[in-house]
Design a protein around this ligand. Sequence first.
Ligand code: NDP
Length: 325
Amino acid sequence: MKAIQVAKTGGLDVLTVSSAVSRPTAASLAPGQVLVRNAFSGVNFIDTYHRTGLYTLPLPFIPGREGAGVVEAVAPDVQHVAVGDRVAWLGPGSYAQYTAVNGIHVAKLPAGVSEETGAAALLQGLTALSLVNLAYKVQVGDTVLVHAAAGGTGGLLVQLAKLRGATVLATTSSDAKAAEAKRLGADHVIRYDKEGIAERVRELTNGKGVQAVFDGVGKATFEASLASLARRGFLLTFGNASGKVPELDLLRLSKGCVYVARPTLFEYIKTADEFNELASELFSLLAVKKLEIRVHAKFSLEQVAEAHKEIEAGKTVGKILLTID
Ligand code: NDP
């Protein structure tokens, strides 16, 4: 089958298209696995961390952490999906025509939710839901700060925090992205390319600061995020778009008695029940159009380097997909 392979970590050139990758078959499925013929793969920031080696994977590997398509075969013990079902899934190896996936992380797509939307929504949608439901439960009356608010995960966090009844302060880096963050519901936009984040947050909150900061930018925003918290506020640092957050002296957290957590989606969806609870909330919100999924661009498998280039350049407004034929 055709797939992208990475044999050594590095720049865009390590993403190699191969038409001779061995294709998983029904006979090769382990218990609990589902074989999916992929129509789309989501492209996420984590794929760039795997490619560069910031997060290590055994080599060689097929990148990609989410896809959507049609079930081709299931292991005998799999009950919740069947051959022919349209599904979205999370797991390793989505930049490929076929993937054998752990069935725990395979969700049947409801009528009205396309495979394209499924692939675009699952990883970022579940991440955003795990952050506002489980890492810090956003409540009516909260004021929260969302970084990179026009981006994929950031845009979903803005929408979900508004649905929970919070006031949302949103950071971003251009006029077009500021307009997008506003369109998604942000109450105030802070242009972190030209304004001090913490100073502006204090101005907008009468000096109090915010109950929670959702920070997927990492190194470049960490200090400002910490300085933006209200007394007993929560900093959820969940990504490294600008680089890894430096080590932190815990004694610093005593000022304001603030909390810092480093949440990761996969720790919130270890069991089928945990995955299903978040996935069903996501698909219900999509079905009633309370959550908007934005596709920024679609590329073929052969154009994968362009997809990585675009996401690393911070140019995306919404999701990047690979179309797989
Ligand atoms: P986005 O669509 O949000 O793109 C990243 C955005 O980060 C850019 O658009 C840009 O927005 C901003 N940014 C700031 N500095 C940089 C920089 N130096 N280089 C590139 N971008 C920069 O991507 P995702 O939604 O896919 O991911 C957002 C973050 O969430 C990532 O850090 C990712 O690792 C993390 N994540 C974590 C998960 C978890 O389980 N913990 C799961 C999913 C995602 P702007 O121009 O507005 O600054």
